[in-house]
Design a protein around this ligand. Structure first.
Ligand code: PLP
Length: 396
């Protein structure tokens, strides 16, 4: 089928809840993808920070092939070999001691909310259930994770939100402190805010948040759904902040494109959820976890250095562009999760880049989000930055 043929059927039969570019990608290799009309693109979106190993990665494809020939799913009424292996890999390489698996970022945050509520109920009774989240955060689209999301625009058509969420300014310790009382059971934040505009937590802020939560026995939840699993140049983003949470949620890049979500907790909180409390039919199945193991092993062994090197390289390229065109206001982010604030309409830039063979996306109307696959190489960066520069040059 061609792009147009796919689009035509899609417009007729698929719900219109996404704004989609008029392109359907059908295959990829490394950090390049091809659409249904055979046009080639450099990918600086990676399926929204999901395709961490890029496309057609040998190890990942092999792991999925091998597992699917054996068994893909057997339910959590039994033990699942790839699931225990992935849990072990996550725990041995992080602060965590126990892991729960689900299928998406929203679900991982739902599990974190339930864990926090139950811990507090057991220890402090039923009045301590409020959770502090951050303005401009994003935690997902289900009613619980949506209620935890600090952006009015996602709430407004679906009120009422669930009770029990309060919002503090991100990177503002006094704002957090002013909301703390005996009703608070948890604080949830993204170590690097994603959808709300790429923005990392400041080191002294996060250190104070950690101390406050420890002192008050408030559960500190890091939503690493977007920034986790190698994206920042460390296996987990909290390592870059030198502060460990009590609970961490993962999803997007964890299985390199196979749907998965995970909630990882330290010893203190790892035993809170018991049989009957929570579950997921698909969560942690053989296929998704076999993919997750391949991804973590590959990133840990081979890719963290590349993330840091390519990050610096992209920054130097952007600097060159700015010297010529003077159109970049600021750049925020870590590793291969960069937000580039520009002086021209970012939606227009995204559209023009796509025409010239570069996939990007925009946050708001003046920020470009750069989240390429972690396997991106300097030649691909060169190509991407050439395209970006040529587009910006037309628009400034
Ligand atoms: C994408 C995202 C989510 C939601 O993940 P889904 O898999 O879409 O449910 C939650 N938190 C953060 C930080 C995200 O970037």
């Amino acid at each position: 089928m061609t792009n147009n043929e796919i689009m035509e059927i899609g417009n007729k039969y698929v719900m219109g809840n996404y704004k989609r570019g008029s392109t359907a990608f059908v295959k990829g290799m490394g950090s390049k993808v091809w659409d249904a009309d055979g046009k080639e693109y450099i990918d600086f979106l990676a399926g929204i920070a999901v395709n961490s190993l890029g496309y057609n990665n040998k190890k990942l494809v092999e792991a999925i092939k091998e597992q699917s020939e054996k068994i893909m799913h057997s339910s959590n009424l039994f033990w699942v070999e790839p699931q225990v292996k992935l849990a072990q890999l996550i725990c041995e390489n992080s602060f965590a001691d126990k892991v729960f698996f689900c299928n998406s970022g929203a679900e991982a945050n739902e599990a974190a909310i339930k864990l926090a509520r139950k811990y507090s109920l057991n220890k402090y009774g039923s009045e301590r259930y409020n959770i502090i989240s951050m303005v401009n955060s994003f935690h997902g689209r289900t009613m619980g994770s949506l209620s935890a999301t600090g952006q009015e625009k996602y709430h407004k058509n679906f009120l009422p939100m669930l009770p029990g969420f309060k919002f503090a300014e991100f990177n503002n310790y006094d704002s957090l402190l002013s909301l703390i009382d005996d009703s608070i059971c948890a604080v949830i934040l993204e170590p690097v805010q994603g959808e709300g505009g790429i923005c990392p937590a400041e080191l002294d802020y996060i250190k104070k948040v950690r101390e406050l939560c420890t002192q008050k026995d408030i559960i500190l939840i890091f939503d690493e759904v977007q920034c986790g699993v190698g994206r920042t140049g460390a296996l987990f983003a909290y390592e870059k902040l030198s502060v460990a949470p009590d609970v961490m949620t993962l999803a997007k890049g964890l299985a390199g494109g196979v749907p998965i979500g995970a909630l990882a907790a330290n010893e203190k909180f790892g035993g809170v959820l018991v049989p009957g409390d929570h579950g997921s039919t698909f969560g942690g199945n053989h296929l998704a976890c076999a993919a997750g193991c391949a991804v973590i092993e590959e990133i840990k062994e081979n890719l963290l250095q590349n993330v840091n090197t390519m990050s610096s390289y992209i920054l130097s390229k952007l600097d060159d562009i700015n010297k010529e065109l003077n159109c970049i206001e600021s750049i925020k982010g870590m590793g291969l999760m960069l937000g580039v604030k520009i002086t021209v309409d970012s939606g227009k830039v995204v559209e023009e880049c796509l025409k010239k063979g570069l996939i990007l996306n925009s946050l708001g109307n003046n920020m470009l989000r750069l989240v390429p696959p972690l396997v991106i190489n300097s030649e691909e960066v060169d190509k991407a930055m050439d395209i970006l520069k040529s587009v910006l040059a037309l628009l400034v």
